[in-house]
Design a protein around this ligand. Structure first.
Ligand SMILES: Nc1ncnc2c1ncn2[C@@H]1O[C@H](COP(=O)(O)OP(=O)(O)OP(=O)(O)O)[C@@H](O)[C@H]1O
Ligand SMILES: [Mg+2]
Length: 465
């Protein structure tokens, strides 16, 4: 089949397959390679021409019928998903991949198999470096100790500013629970201050001098999260070195698992076991290591919805939500907008050495009406952005970031039905009066309303006779 251009469809597909990040290797039913893209060749350290039209075991002598996933899939007809693999390629480079191998069917008959390999070597190196850095930070290595929220808790309860009664009560509850060791689940939309609460809890706890370790579960590829959390054992199938995970590093301290609903479901089951027993086993290891860690988790999607969508295991939810703190969004605590604005004004005056002491009335009233989907973080950025460009000592609408100008038009200012009707009525009367040379009787007749009503409305809208 040919396309309208000069390339045939298979050529096009080859061109596409050569630009993607994954290695693709296709064999026929005899185990002979019929397609092999550039990335696959790079991973294996061979030239594609050495592989095409040859049997897999001829090209890769270290493989056998039993260890080659492509041959296994051809034999069983069942796919193998997300298999971790570590091997030394022909050029002597250690490669870590995650492979998915799927049988290919044509007219209900299996005709071959395809393997898609994702290279994890670089990501793996980076994540091992991350654990190593956290370890050094915990050992008080001053050369790398920075004000980094992932490795040190900076915020205290005094930093949480609010005049909202429910949030004030939540703060009081958080102060109380900071003295215990029960797991805490914090729910709140993005930018509502979850991290602020977590750090404050750690700093008010008896573990304040112990480690504070934060890990965003959405930030690490699922396949690596397990070894990051629980560590790896030498000689395990991943070929990894002996290395502690974040659980061990957080011993006698706090482990904050952010966006817990992004953690793969099977890993959630393992996490539950570790939380229940307080014992960690490194990946590939057998020895149980006792860890005394306080777990705080956070998510910005409603837990009940996450459970429904099967993004959060119900049993894990019960375990981690012994204490639950729900932080209300900013639009539900309008009384906080003003004091937070002033707080950020002071903060950025200090930071930028400026002397801006007021926020224009129109900006304040816009802030009141806007629905703040990014919550306090969005408000802070709006002020920071304005503080960058303001010359005088007052922030006006002209200094606000562009997206606030436009959102102001389309959603934040709810249309008042009454106002709109009144504007229309005033306009109609004005036009009709003009048409009849401001003759009251004729105007009233034309509008089909009593003269008294017209006069009342003219007075209301201050329309002259
Ligand atoms: N009540 C508050 N008082 C003062 N500053 C606040 C408050 N709430 C939030 N902030 C500010 O907003 C920023 C964002 O808060 P934080 O990082 O805790 O949000 P989050 O809920 O963890 O958001 P995300 O879900 O996106 O991670 C903080 O760095 C802090 O400067
Ligand atoms: Mg956060």
């Amino acid at each position: 089949m040919s396309t309208r251009g000069t390339q045939t469809t298979p050529d096009l597909l080859h061109a596409v397959f050569d630009t993607i990040d994954e290695g693709i290797h296709v064999v026929d039913l005899n185990g002979k390679t019929i397609y092999y893209n550039k990335v696959a060749a790079q991973l294996d350290g061979v030239d594609a021409s050495e592989v095409i039209n040859r049997h897999v075991l001829d090209v890769f002598p270290s493989l056998t019928e039993a260890t080659s996933t492509l041959l296994q899939v051809i034999k069983s007809g069942s796919p193998i998903y997300y298999q971790k693999q570590q091997f030394t390629n022909v050029r002597g480079v250690i490669i870590d991949t995650v492979n998915t191998t799927i049988p290919i069917y044509q007219d209900h008959k299996m005709v071959g198999a395809v393997e898609i390999s994702k290279n994890l070597s670089e990501i793996k190196k980076l994540s091992e470096r991350l654990v190593e850095l956290q370890e050094r930070v915990n050992k008080n290595d001053t050369s790398i100790k920075r004000q980094n929220s992932a490795t040190s808790a900076m915020f205290h309860f005094e930093d949480i500013i609010t005049q909202n009664e429910p949030l004030k009560r939540l703060k009081q509850t958080a102060v109380k629970v900071s003295k215990t060791t029960s797991p805490i689940l914090i729910y709140g939309e993005t930018g509502t201050g979850k991290e602020l609460f977590v750090q404050s809890i750690h700093n008010a706890s008896l573990r304040q001098h112990g480690p504070f370790i934060a890990q965003n579960c959405a930030a690490i590829p699922a396949s690596l999260l397990e070894s990051i959390l629980f560590g790896t054992s030498k000689g395990s199938f991943t070929g990894a070195t002996e290395r502690p995970g974040l659980f061990e590093l957080a011993h006698n301290g706090t482990l904050f698992l952010d966006e817990i609903n992004s953690m793969p479901i099977d890993l959630q089951a393992k996490l539950l076991r570790v939380i229940e027993d307080g014992i960690v086993r490194r990946v590939g290891g057998t020895k149980g290591i006792q860890c005394n860690v306080r777990i705080i988790t956070a998510m910005n999607e409603l837990p009940t919805q996450c459970i429904k969508k099967e993004k959060l295991r119900q049993d894990l939810f019960y375990r981690i939500s012994v204490v639950t703190l729900n932080i209300p969004p900013l639009r539900e605590r309008k009384e906080d907008i003003n004091i937070l604005s002033n707080h950020f004004l002071i903060k950025y005056n200090e930071k930028f050495h400026k002397n801006v002491f007021s926020i224009d009335h129109s900006v304040r009233s816009f802030f009141e009406q806007y629905n703040w989907p990014g919550n306090v973080r969005e408000l802070e950025h709006a002020i920071e952005s304005a503080m960058n460009i303001v010359d005088g000592n007052t922030i006006t609408k002209d200094h606000l970031p562009l997206h606030l100008h436009t959102s102001h038009l389309d959603k934040s200012e709810p249309i008042s039905f009454r106002n709109e009707v009144e504007k229309f009525e005033k306009n109609l009367i004005e036009i009709t009066l003009h048409k009849y040379n401001r003759n009251i009787l004729q105007t009233a007749k034309s509008l089909n309303i009593p003269r008294q009503t017209l006069q009342y409305k003219m007075k209301k809208y201050q329309l002259s006779k």
